[in-house]
Design a protein around this ligand. Structure first.
Ligand code: ADP
Length: 272
């Protein structure tokens, strides 16, 4: 009987191994397909700004002596260049973060100033799409232990997405409040929304929800993955919420407030 048992166990073990190998192969094939798609998107995204740039060089030659046309051409070139720089910087960050080589320069940071800085960084994109960016700082100053440059990047990535995935003339809001020992920063838009079954996967590398506006605004599907990893490096979390297609989206970042900057517990407040 013991012999039969051993054979039965071996068979189930082998079946389990086969199943696991099959699952791993499917995962690998899927990763391989996403990498191929990513390369195609990357080529497309890097190629994209080059046509307007070369057009503008031609336009500038024709516009000599016309300051208004020259100004417009310069603005377009600056915007396209900024887009390329952002793209390449994001790629470098992905390379650093996946090899654990990204180092934070931590400092005592006032949250509202980072929010305003992020709004400023996203302003050109918002203006190009005629969006209004509203900043609602916390009612009292909140201080964090954070890398100000990276935190600005987190919020401006979320603001850029909010702009990209909202039809023109929309409204994008960044607001903050205290929740116990944490700060909650929310980026809200009035845009196309995210389907419920994609709210978690949007943070995965190369993931893009398949909706019409996506491609018109470009992107590599790495922004939210960077946001998530940067927030986690700060000891925080980020989550997405949306009431569905056409109802807008909301991204909430939770970050610990700097120790020593927390108000005293309630029982100590009234003490002499
Ligand atoms: P991308 O470069 O494509 O913008 P991200 O990693 O920043 O990549 O975002 C991943 C995907 O999540 C986007 O392609 C888009 O489909 C979806 N997404 C992100 N932010 C929003 C938003 N505010 N509203 C609707 N969809 C969004």
């Amino acid at each position: 009987l013991a012999g039969i048992n051993i054979v039965a166990v071996e068979i189930t073990d082998r079946k389990r191994d086969e199943l696991r190998i099959y699952e791993l192969m499917t995962e690998l094939k899927d990763a391989d397909r996403r990498k191929d798609e990513f390369l195609a998107t990357l080529a497309h995204e890097l190629r994209g700004p080059l046509a307007p740039l070369s057009n503008m060089i031609g336009a500038m030659k024709l516009a000599e002596g016309d300051p208004e046309l020259l100004r417009q051409a310069r603005e377009t070139m600056e915007r396209q260049l900024a887009q390329m720089v952002r793209l390449v910087d994001d790629l470098l960050d992905v390379a650093r973060i996946t090899r654990d080589k990204l180092e934070l320069r931590m400092a005592r940071v006032e949250l509202a100033s980072v929010m305003y800085q992020a709004a400023e960084t996203s302003r050109p994109l918002a203006q190009a799409l005629r969006h209004e960016i509203v900043v609602r700082p916390p009612s009292e100053p909140i201080y964090l232990h954070a890398d100000p440059v990276r935190l600005t990047q987190v919020f401006s990535n979320l603001l850029n997405n909010a702009c990209k995935y909202t039809e023109p003339d929309g409204r994008v809001t960044i607001s903050a409040e205290r929740d116990g020992n944490d700060a909650l920063v929310t980026v809200h838009d009035t845009g196309i929304g995210i389907p419920a079954d994609k709210l978690e996967s949007v943070f995965e590398m190369f993931s893009q929800v398949d909706h019409a506006l996506d491609r018109s605004q470009g992107g590599l599907g790495i922004g939210l993955m960077l946001v998530k990893r940067l927030v986690e490096l700060h000891g925080g979390t980020v989550r997405a919420a949306s009431e569905g297609a056409g109802k807008g989206s909301e991204f909430t970042v939770r970050l610990p407030i700097l120790v020593g900057e927390l108000p005293p517990p309630p029982e100590a407040r009234g003490a002499p």
